[in-house]
Design a protein around this ligand. Structure first.
Ligand code: HEM
Length: 471
C-alpha cells in the first residue's frame, strides 16, 4: 500500500510503502499519483502538497484527516523522500545494478580479467549519463533536509554511483586532480558534511543500514559472490556489535558483579559467531570472483578535490570498543589512536559517539589486574576465566582475518595479477605489503603476542593466567 499524506507539521508529504507493493503501480493508482509521475514538475515536497490540494481535495479530505490522527513519531522506516530522491533510489535498485552486472559479465570474458578499458563503452556511458542526470536534479532541488535516515540513504546512493564509476574507470584517480563527477561530488560533500560522515559510500550503506525492499537490499551487481560477501560482512559486523554491547554493559556493573559472567558469556558467544561466519565466508566465496568482481567497487576515489579510501568491514565502532575494553589496544598509543582518528568519519554518527566515549573508559583487563588480591574469590576465578576466553576469541578472529581472509582473497590473487594492474590494486592507498604489515601489528596486539617492537599485553595475560586455579 502506498499513501501520500500531509505530515503532522503540515509541511511534508510522506510516502508510505510496504515492501510487498509494486511501487510504480501503486504510485500511479494513488490519489495524488500524478504528482509523483511528474517528478520534474513537483521537485519539492511543498509542490506535492500544492498538487494534492489542486487535485481532488474534497475526495481526499477523510483520508487526510484519518492520517493526521496517526500517532507520532512515525516508525523509523516511514521516512519522507522527495520524488527526485525516490527516482534516484529506484534507479540505483534496478538499472544501475543491471548495468554493473552486464559490465562485469563482459569483463569476465576476457583473458585479462582485470582490464576494463574499451569494454562495454555503451553501458558505461549510459551509467554515467543516467546517474549524473538524476543527481543533477537532486542538486538543483537543493533539498537534503529529509531527516538523517533519508539523507544518509541518499548519500549512499550517490556514493554507490561514484564508486561504480571508479570501478569501470569512468573516473580514475591517476589521471585526475579532482573528481570529474561535479554534481555527485557536490551532493556527496553537502550531505556528508551536514551529517558528519565521509562524502562517499561507507560500509554501513551496504551492510547494517541497507534497507531491503521486498527482500532485496542495495548492492552493485546481481552476482551471487557480491551478495555472499555483503551477507557475511553484515553478519560479522552485527556479531561484533553484540560483543561490544555486552562488554560496554559491564562498565557500570564492575567485574565482580554476578551478572558480569552473563555478559562475558554473551560477548564470547558473539565472537564465536564472528569466527564461524568468517569461516563460512572463507569456504563459500571464490577468491577470483571476490578479487575481480567485488573488491574493485571498494577502491579509493576522488570526491571533489580529495581522495577517500574505500570502505572496509572494520568501519564500525564495535571492533575498537572490544579492543579497548578488553585492554588489548590503547587509545593513548600513537599507532592505535591514528587508526581511530582516521576512521571516525567512515562510521555512523552513533558509532562515532560510542567510540569517543569508549576512548576514555578504563579497560577491563586493568580492573582484573588490580583485583589479583581477590584471587581466592569464586567470582574472580569464574569471571577471569571467562574474560580470558573472550580475549582468546578476539585474538583468534584477528589471526583468522589475516591468515584466511586477507591471504585467500587479496594477497594470493594479487600475486597472479598482471604487472600492469598492480599499481591499481591499492590505488592511492598504501602498497599491499604495507597494508598487510599494518594489519599484522593489530593482530599482534589482539593476540597479545610477545613483541620487542611495541607494547602488547603478553606479560599481563601471562600474569592473569597464572592466577587461575587449575581445573
Ligand atoms: C573477503 C573477505 C575480507 C577481506 C579480503 C578483508 C580484507 C580487509 C582489508 C584489506 C582490510 C584493511 C583495509 C584498509 O586498512 O584499508 C580490512 C579491514 C578490516 N576488516 Fe576485513 N576483510 C574481509 C572480510 C571481513 C569481515 C567479514 C570482517 C568482520 C566483520 C572484517 C573485519 C575487518 C576489520 C575489523 C577491519 C579493520 C581493521 C581492523 O580493525 O582489524 N573483514 N579487511
Amino acid at each position: 500500500m502506498l499513501m501520500l499524506c500531509q505530515s503532522l507539521n503540515g509541511e511534508r508529504i510522506n510516502h508510505f510503502f510496504s515492501p510487498v507493493a509494486n511501487l510504480q503501480q501503486v504510485i500511479s493508482s494513488s490519489p495524488a499519483g500524478y504528482a509523483l509521475q511528474e517528478p520534474l514538475a513537483y521537485n519539492h515536497p511543498t509542490h506535492y502538497y500544492a498538487a494534492m490540494l489542486r487535485s481532488n481535495w474534497r475526495q481526499q479530505q477523510p483520508l487526510l484527516l484519518l492520517l493526521a490522527l496517526l500517532p507520532a513519531p512515525l516508525p523509523a522506516w516511514v521516512t519522507p523522500m522527495t520524488a527526485n530522491a525516490l527516482a534516484f533510489d529506484q534507479w540505483i535498485r534496478a538499472e544501475f545494478i543491471d548495468l554493473n552486472t552486464q559490465l562485469e559479465l563482459q569483463y569476465q570474458q576476457q583473458r585479462d580479467r582485470a582490464n576494463v578499458e574499451g569494454i562495454g563503452e555503451q553501458q558505461k556511458q549510459q551509467l554515467k549519463a543516467a546517474g549524473e542526470a538524476l543527481i543533477g536534479q537532486l542538486v538543483a532541488e537543493g533539498n537534503t533536509d529529509d531527516g538523517f535516515d533519508q539523507a544518509f540513504n541518499l548519500l549512499g546512493n550517490v556514493g554507490l554511483f561514484m564508486a561504480a564509476c571508479r570501478r569501470h574507470e569512468i573516473t580514475e584517480p591517476s589521471r585526475e586532480t579532482c573528481s570529474p563527477l561535479i554534481n555527485g561530488s557536490a551532493l556527496a560533500m553537502q550531505i556528508g558534511a551536514s551529517l558528519g560522515v565521509i562524502p562517499r559510500f561507507a560500509t554501513a550503506h551496504l551492510t547494517t543500514h541497507n534497507q531491503a525492499i521486498n527482500g532485496t537490499y542495495k548492492c552493485f551487481t546481481r552476482l551471487p559472490c557480491e551478495a555472499l560477501f555483503i551477507d557475511y560482512n553484515t553478519r560479522g559486523i552485527l556479531a561484533y556489535k553484540r560483543a561490544a554491547d555486552a562488554l560496554l554493559k559491564i562498565l557500570p556493573l564492575g567485574i565482580s558483579h554476578p551478572l558480569t559472567a552473563d555478559l562475558l558469556k554473551v560477548a564470547k558467544r558473539a565472537l564465536i559467531d564472528v569466527r564461524e561466519s568468517n569461516k563460512k565466508l572463507h569456504s563459500q566465496l571464490a577468491a577470483d570472483e571476490f578479487f575481480y568482481q567485488v573488491r574493485p567497487y571498494y577502491k579509493p576515489h576522488y570526491v571533489g578535490a580529495h581522495i577517500y579510501r574505500g570502505a572496509n568491514a572494520g568501519d564500525f565502532a564495535g571492533i575498537n570498543v572490544i579492543d579497548m575494553l578488553l585492554g588489548l589496544c590503547f587509545a593513548n598509543e600513537t599507532y592505535y589512536a591514528q587508526i581511530l582518528v582516521d576512521k571516525f568519519l567512515y562510521m555512523m554518527p552513533e558509532d562515532q559517539a560510542i567510540l569517543r566515549d569508549c576512548m576514555r573508559r578504563p579497560a577491563l583487563m586493568d580492573d582484573f589486574l588490580k583485583a589479583t588480591g581477590q584471587i581466592k574469590a569464586t567470582w574472580y576465578q569464574h569471571h577471569l576465566r571467562l574474560f580470558l576466553e573472550v580475549c582468546r576469541c578476539h585474538g583468534h578472529i584477528a589471526r583468522q582475518h589475516q591468515n584466511l581472509l586477507i591471504d585467500k582473497f587479496i594477497s594470493t590473487p594479487a600475486n597472479e595479477l598482471a604487472a600492469k594492474h598492480l599499481d591499481k590494486l591499492t590505488a592511492s592507498g598504501p602498497p599491499l605489503q604495507t597494508l598487510v604489515d599494518e594489519l599484522k601489528v593489530l593482530t599482534d596486539h589482539r593476540t597479545a603476542a610477545k613483541s620487542n617492537n611495541f607494547h602488547t599485553r603478553y606479560n599481563d595475560i601471562k600474569l592473569l593466567n597464572s592466577t587461575l586455579r587449575k581445573k
